[in-house]
Design a protein around this ligand. Structure first.
Ligand SMILES: [Zn+2]
Length: 284
């Protein structure tokens, strides 16, 4: 990412956050991107442009061994950072910037070839061959010069639900969670499902209970790799909660003054749980 933004991040972060050598996203003003790099790189780097506060940036997903690319692109003075932590731990403004950059870089990294004919894709924005009028903000769209298809950045909707029962909420430990961390029931929406159907199905599958009074709360883009999290609350209706034993190895009802290890601050799960704990959702 550009140093002037990185410098701003450094001023509000501890040093360890920006000295990471993990492969992550880099972003910098799009006009400074040497585009020839992306056609000639045998390892297949790809970039995506995105607008943030009226400036167009380019984002690239770096790889484990990318010293040659970093040097060729003039990025040696760039600053690397762990995207996931920054998206959650910085101000909402920089968190949004990081999420945009990661989403676009991720999309570009898996959108290098046409899914229909296999030809290399190019940037659709500003391409004279693109007949479909693109919105000004349609950055990141890819175009197949051979079969003329346009591909827009993809996201995968997932529902996440806080289930209430009396003054307690259902929290579960996914087998992939570190330590004793518990969170809300969540899962991807399947093709053909409404969000509501997905929420009810996931709760039934993971906890074996039925719910009622499902209400939408808010959403959060979560590009790890490409989710859009859609948050709901619901009330327990029937059944005894038990873990599915596959994805979920423990779950229980917790009151606001007796919560287990929580999801990261800044995540939508944490927001919904904190809102409940503060008495923020009206009883139904
Ligand atoms: Zn094609």
């Amino acid at each position: 990412m550009p140093r002037h933004i990185a410098g701003h991040l450094q001023s509000s972060a501890d040093g360890s956050a920006v000295s990471s050598l993990l492969p992550e996203t880099v972003s910098w003003p799009a006009s400074e991107i040497p585009l020839e790099l992306f056609s000639g790189m045998p390892e297949g780097y790809s970039y995506s442009a995105f607008a943030f506060e009226n400036i167009v940036y380019g984002a690239v997903l770096l790889k484990d061994d990318d010293a040659h690319f970093v040097e060729s692109a003039g990025l040696k003075n760039g600053v690397r950072f762990p995207v996931r932590n920054l998206a959650l731990n910085f101000s909402s403004r920089f968190g949004r910037f990081v999420l945009f950059a990661k989403a676009h870089a991720q999309w570009a990294s898996v959108s290098r070839f046409c899914g229909a004919c296999g030809s290399p894709l190019v940037d659709a924005n500003g391409n004279d061959e693109v007949r479909e009028p693109l919105d000004d903000h349609a950055h990141g769209a890819r175009f197949c010069p051979r079969c003329k298809r346009i591909f827009f950045p993809r996201m995968s909707p997932a529902v996440i639900v806080l289930v209430r029962k009396d003054n307690a909420i259902l929290l579960e430990h996914n087998v992939r969670f570190p330590g004793n961390r518990h969170s809300l029931i969540a899962g991807f929406v399947e093709i053909g499902e409404t969000l509501e159907e997905a929420a009810v199905r996931e709760i039934r599958e993971e906890a074996g209970i039925e719910v009622k009074n499902l209400q939408y709360v808010r959403s959060q883009p979560w590009p790890f790799p490409d989710s859009l999290m859609l948050g709901f609350i619901a009330d327990w209706a029937s059944g005894e909660a038990r873990p599915d034993g596959v994805e979920i190895d423990h779950l229980d009802w917790y009151t606001a003054n007796n919560l287990p290890e929580m999801p990261m601050r800044g995540s939508i799960a944490r927001y919904i749980i904190d809102t409940f704990a503060a008495g923020g959702f009206s009883a139904t």
